[in-house]
Design a binder for this molecule. Structure first.
Ligand code: AMP
Ligand code: MN
Ligand code: MN
Ligand code: MN
Length: 304
């Protein structure tokens, strides 16, 4: 007993966990599970990330936090470092822009409510998309897309794309987004998402860090893109995706320059959705270009 008491006295107070991070870490901070429009579960993604050599992972389901506790637990079980994540749909200058949030409290009430509201219009939008497709002879698209949906609150264009491929209307989902579901094509329904200000505030308010997702994908003029970056920063946004599955190597260079110009940190993420659809697998991206601040260096104390 005396020995046990002595030992107990020697045990220091619990240390705050300090995680060492480095710029060359294989970080993959953007992907999707069945909780939004991916085809793998959070557990399957954690296993795949680990097998692919990922060191630091974040699951970033669209407008949803429902997979966060599962992902963090699965990451812990396979020995993977984890940051909480989401990808918020935003309307800016009449375009849809995606803002990734990283390292926030996944139980934050304001963010949970904001994302719930953001998801709210998806059901009606999906019915309208199906009505448009019916006009070009494609019937039953709503019910058909629903069969691919893992989360009833999150029916997305990706689920319609899977239905159109299944029915033989297109060879793959890339062809779907060239022929359907995009502006000027059958099945496109414009939608008003969250504001840039709200998205950045929800993330920052929950203790996280906001990141402009895949900026190379937006069809903005130079002025509109400048406005996006300046307004994002004015609202408290801190980083931009530089190396992503959605960028070409030329865009890695372009957005590395933008990150330096605006003094933003840089993120890296595959945007992996499915083994059958995604051309970029988890963890399979080049490192960030030199001379950038990796976003995970700003989030070292949020890594689990
Ligand atoms: P939604 O949030 O319902 O508008 O759906 C957007 C999702 O559709 C994106 O997150 C992608 O998963 C998918 N998507 C959009 N454009 C394309 C594209 N050109 N190729 C493949 N997938 C796309
Ligand atoms: Mn998606
Ligand atoms: Mn996106
Ligand atoms: Mn994404």
């Amino acid at each position: 007993m005396v020995f046990a008491a002595t030992r107990r006295q020697r045990v220091p107070a619990p240390l705050r966990k300090i995680v060492q991070v480095s710029a060359i870490l294989n970080a993959d901070l953007h992907c999707h599970s069945v909780v939004s429009d991916g085809t793998l579960t959070p557990e399957e993604l954690a296993a795949r990330a680990k097998a692919n050599g990922v060191d630091l992972w974040a699951l970033t389901d669209h407008d949803e936090l429902g997979g966060q506790h599962r992902a963090a637990e699965a990451a812990r079980a396979v020995g993977l470092r984890y940051l909480t994540g989401t990808e918020i749909s935003v309307t800016f200058a009449d375009e849809t822009v995606h803002i990734v949030g990283l390292g926030f409290d996944p139980d934050d009430a304001a963010m949970t409510q904001g994302l719930y509201d953001t998801r709210g219009g998806r059901g009606k939008r999906a019915q309208e998309m199906a009505a448009q497709l019916a006009q070009v002879g494609i019937h039953g698209a709503y019910e058909g897309a629903l069969r691919f949906v893992g989360n009833p609150e999150l029916i997305s264009r990706t689920h319609f794309a899977r239905f159109l491929v299944e029915q033989g209307h297109c060879r793959d989902t890339s062809e779907v987004f060239r022929k359907y579901l995009t502006e000027g094509k059958p099945g496109y329904v414009p939608h008003r998402w969250a504001t840039l200000r709200d998205a950045v505030r929800w993330i920052s308010g929950a203790g996280g860090l906001a990141v402009i997702a895949h900026p190379g994908r937006y069809k903005f003029t130079a002025n509109e893109e400048y406005a996006l970056f300046t307004e994002f920063q004015a609202h408290g946004g801190r980083a931009v995706e530089v190396v992503t599955g959605s960028h070409t190597p030329a865009e890695y260079v372009e957005y590395a320059d933008k990150a330096r110009e605006f003094g933003l940190a840089a993120s890296r993420g595959s945007d992996f959705h499915s083994p059958d659809e995604s051309h970029c697998d988890l963890g399979a991206l080049p490192p960030l270009p030199a001379g950038l601040t990796p976003v995970w260096e700003l989030l070292a104390d949020r890594i689990r």
